[in-house]
Each structure stands twice: as structure tokens, then as C-alpha cells.
Design a protein around this ligand. Structure first.
Ligand code: 4AD
Ligand code: MG
Length: 465
């Protein structure tokens, strides 16, 4: 019977039972006593299982002794209590079948030594074999599952919002254009010039920057909804926290205000952190040991404490009086830079902090104006080590104020006509936020570059594999 490595290591099979595990060799060591220790991982958990292979197997010298890191194998054997430290169980092998050899072990890029993250990025197709990529992948999966579970348990419906769209949801012009594949027959104008405005079956269309506007329509009917899907930003930011393609979780809640969704963000983060500590203790132990000492204690601290809330205006005062020299000077009205966000989260609060009520002029057109006339009911959740992980707001549900904002920002009202309709027919106060999924994974794992927490990162000049 075939067994997952995690089930054997967890004691799901009793000693003496015969099982077959299938996976990839992590290491092989031959003892003088004429046996080999072959460690096999199959991705089901962080650890590999140790197979003890005796030299009397038919293929011992012809194959077993030639196994190198990365070879794919099936090992059949009896489950036995392990004498060595570390694991409770091992396999006493009775047969080893080799599925695939590593052609040239000397040049196999994933040799069992510590590689830099930059190096591993050049082998996006092989890096899943590494400890670190395996751990990231399992934690990422656990977080995604927990996000869906959280919303499901709280009565939210998951809405699949479109990836191809004509709307600029943020009004920031950071869109990738969708174009036809048929390069030979690109539409031409009268002068024979390629007409790039005719890209999507005769219409200009883009990859979405956010599902928010679409999901607002569903909140205006199903009350509590969220999106969870890929989003795209054509900002030319080559940083450790920006991707051109990333996943976003965007809840949208009818009859809610800014404080309601700030609470929702806090509850959701605590829920998913708890899930990852409960379900991925093995991977989190690895992150705490190898990547970031605080990986576990930091999450526990967040779970155990109330989030600190701060007004943007107060934050500016803190930044101005903290005595620290910033590269970008701070004054009321400026958009906060990563260095400011990190100071507030890391040094001032020492935990995630929710900043609220930003100046209207640095925020998106859809944010609800506060009574002071100069701020909007916006929030960002800032996390130590990363800065902004969540951006959200109450939405402007009053048509006259929304239209005024569109005019002030030179955004064409026609293009947002369907969005304006939501304010014309049964408009309600509502609010929501967007959580960048990769920033969440980076925060949880302590990984310092966002490119290492998504299977295939897309960033400027990088779309291979
Ligand atoms: O602050 P942003 O731009 O807000 C929105 O898109 C809203 N429509 C969300 C909403 O209210 N429904 O983006 C939200 C989050 C950011 O806080 C950040 O975590 C992440 O998305 N994000 C990125 N993550 C990786 N790479 C990028 N280039 C990102 N841009 C934003
Ligand atoms: Mg933002």
C-alpha cells in the first residue's frame, strides 16, 4: 500500500506494517556496516523519511549506491521505530525502485547545500524541490484555505470577479493592456498604422488591478462578499514587496463603516495566523530556525493582542517628532513611504498597526469623504518588516460626492457609469479592503523578498517559466 511520508512519520501505520512511499531523494549516506540511509521527501510534510536499505537487495550496488539528491524513487519496507533522534519512525527497506535518475549530479542545480534565494529564482521549475520552497508552498496553501474558511464561517460569499476588464478600479493608470495574439492581422487605421486601441475584439481592455468595483455590486445585493484572485499592476517597481502579478483578497460589506472592516481585518488575520500555527507547525519551526527567529512568536503576539489604531494625522506627528532621519521628509498630506510605514509598525508600535483617515488627495476616487472635508475614511494595515499589507476604506455611496471626486481627478464618468448606477439604485453605506496575499505569506514566513513566496514571480522583465 502506498503511504504519504507525513502519515508514516505521524504513526498512522503500526510497526511491522509494509508500506511503499514515493518521492525524491534528499540525501543518501552509506555506512561501513553495508547499509545505506536514503532520505525521501514527497511534499506531504516538511520532513523526509529515512529508509534503511540493506546491502542484500538485488540492485544495491547497481542502483541504490548510485542514488543522488533529486532522484525519484519508490521505497517499499516495513515501518519501524527509529533509533536516531529527530523522527519516531523509519522504513526498513525491502525494495527500492528508481523512477528517474538525475542525469548529471554534479550539475544538478538543487544540490543539497544552502543556495541563495536569488540563485533559486533562476530555477523556478526546480526550486519547489528545496526545503524552503516546499515550506512556503504548504504555508501558502494553508493560508488560502484558512481565508476561504474564515469568510465561509462568517457568512460571506466568494465572488469570482473578472480578470479582463475595461475598468481602472484604482484610477491610477497602472494597467496592462490585453492584446490579440494574431500579430499578422493586427487592426490597422486609415493610414495603415496598427491600431492598438482595438485590442480585445475591437475594444480596449486590460488586466484587472482589483476586483473591488465588481464586488461592490455583489455587496449591494448579497451583503457580505469577497474576491480572492489574481490582480495585475503595471507599476515599474523593482522592490522586494512589489509584483506585477499578485493575488488579492477583497471583502466588501454592505451597511458597514471603516471601523467594521478594520475589525474584520483584525479577526481575519488572527484566524489565519492561528490556522497556520496549528496546521503547519513543522514548516513554521523551519522558518523560525532558518529564516526569522520571530516567525512563530510574532504571530502568537498578534493573536493575543488587540490591534493598535492610529489616525494618519497622529502618525505624521509621531514621524516628525521621532528624531529619525528619513529619506523622504514627512509632512501632513504626503503619501507614506515604506520607511515610514515600517518605522510605525516596527519601532513605534512593535506589531501591526491600523492607520486611518488619510488625506483625500493621496487616495483613490472611491473612498468616502469624512465630514472634515479633507480626509477620507481609508485604512492601511502596516506590518513590521513589510509595511502595508492591507488597504481599504468606506466607499463613497453618495452619487453627488462620487461625481465630484471623479471630476476633480479627471476620471471619465462614462467609464464608471455602471459603478455610478450602484449609487443611483438603492445605494447603501458599505466598506471593504484588499489584502495582498503574497505580502501576507511574506509576513507569516519571514521571507524577505516577495518573489520567493509566489510559485512563479512576475516582475519587470521577468515572466519566464
Ligand atoms: O492598496 P491597494 O492598491 O488597494 C486596492 O486595490 C483596493 N481596491 C483594495 C480594496 O479596498 N478592495 O492594494 C491592496 C493590497 C495592498 O495593501 C498590498 O498588500 C497589495 O494589495 N499590493 C501588492 N502586492 C504585491 N505587489 C504589488 N505590486 C501590490 N500592490 C498592492
Ligand atoms: Mg494601498
Amino acid at each position: 500500500q502506498y503511504a504519504a511520508v507525513k502519515d508514516v512519520l505521524a504513526g498512522q501505520y503500526s510497526a511491522g506494517e509494509t508500506v511503499t512511499v514515493r518521492g525524491w531523494v534528499r540525501t543518501r549516506r552509506d555506512s561501513k556496516a553495508g547499509i545505506s540511509f536514503v532520505n525521501v521527501h514527497d511534499g506531504s510534510c516538511f520532513d523526509a523519511i529515512q529508509a534503511v536499505v540493506p546491502s542484500d537487495l538485488d540492485n544495491y550496488s547497481s542502483e541504490v549506491q548510485k542514488l543522488t539528491t533529486g532522484c525519484s524513487v519508490a521505497v517499499t519496507g516495513t515501518v519501524a521505530a527509529s533509533a536516531g533522534q529527530g523522527q519516531d519512525f523509519e522504513l526498513q527497506a525491502s525494495s527500492v525502485h528508481v523512477y528517474g535518475w538525475v542525469e548529471d549530479p554534479d550539475t544538478y542545480p538543487m544540490a543539497p547545500k544552502r543556495h541563495s534565494m536569488e540563485y533559486l529564482r533562476e530555477f523556478a521549475h526546480l526550486r519547489p524541490r528545496t526545503n524552503v520552497a516546499g515550506a512556503v508552498t504548504r504555508v501558502r496553501h494553508c493560508l488560502a484555505q484558512a481565508v476561504h474558511r474564515f469568510f465561509h464561517q462568517h457568512g460571506y460569499y466568494w465572488i469570482s470577479t473578472p480578470i479582463i476588464t475595461t475598468s481602472d478600479a484604482e484610477g491610477a493608470g497602472e494597467l496592462f493592456r490585453v492584446s490579440t495574439l494574431d500579430m499578422q492581422n493586427l487592426p490597422k487605421d486609415d493610414k495603415g498604422q496598427v491600431d492598438y486601441s482595438q485590442d480585445f475584439f475591437g475594444k480596449e481592455a486590460f488586466l484587472t488591478v482589483s476586483g473591488q468595483l465588481n464586488v461592490e455590486a455583489f455587496a449591494s445585493s448579497l451583503s457580505k462578499v469577497y474576491t480572492f484572485g489574481p490582480t495585475f499592476r503595471a507599476e515599474n517597481s523593482n522592490t522586494s514587496r512589489h509584483l506585477a502579478e499578485f493575488w488579492m483578497i477583497e471583502p466588501e460589506v454592505a451597511f458597514a463603516d471603516l471601523n467594521d472592516v478594520a475589525k474584520l481585518a483584525e479577526d481575519m488575520l488572527k484566524f489565519v495566523f492561528k490556522a497556520v500555527l496549528d496546521e503547519r507547525a513543522d514548516d513554521m519551526a523551519f522558518f523560525a530556525e532558518r529564516i526569522d527567529k520571530q516567525a512563530i512568536s510574532r504571530l502568537q503576539h498578534v493573536i493575543d493582542n488587540d490591534f493598535v489604531h492610529m489616525d494618519y494625522t497622529d502618525a505624521i506627528e509621531v514621524l516628525q517628532n521621532c528624531g529619525k532621519q528619513f529619506d523622504y521628509p514627512v509632512a501632513w498630506g504626503v503619501d507614506l513611504q515604506s520607511e515610514h510605514e515600517r518605522y510605525l509598525a516596527e519601532e513605534h508600535v512593535g506589531a501591526p498597526v491600523i492607520l486611518k483617515n488619510y488625506p483625500r488627495d493621496i487616495k483613490a476616487f472611491y473612498m468616502r469623504q469624512n465630514d472634515d472635508g479633507k480626509t477620507v475614511a481609508a485604512m492601511d494595515v502596516l506590518a513590521p518588516g513589510i509595511g502595508e499589507i492591507i488597504g481599504g476604506s468606506a466607499r463613497e455611496e453618495r452619487l453627488d460626492l462620487l461625481d465630484k471626486r471623479l471630476r476633480e481627478m479627471d476620471l471619465p464618468a462614462e467609464e464608471y457609469s455602471w459603478y455610478r448606477d450602484l449609487r443611483r439604485y438603492g445605494s447603501v453605506p458599505h466598506a471593504g479592503f484588499g489584502l495582498g496575499f503574497e505580502r501576507l505569506v511574506a509576513y507569516v514566513t519571514g521571507m524577505t523578498n516577495i518573489r520567493d513566496v509566489i510559485p512563479y514571480p512576475r516582475s519587470p522583465k521577468n515572466a519566464d517559466f
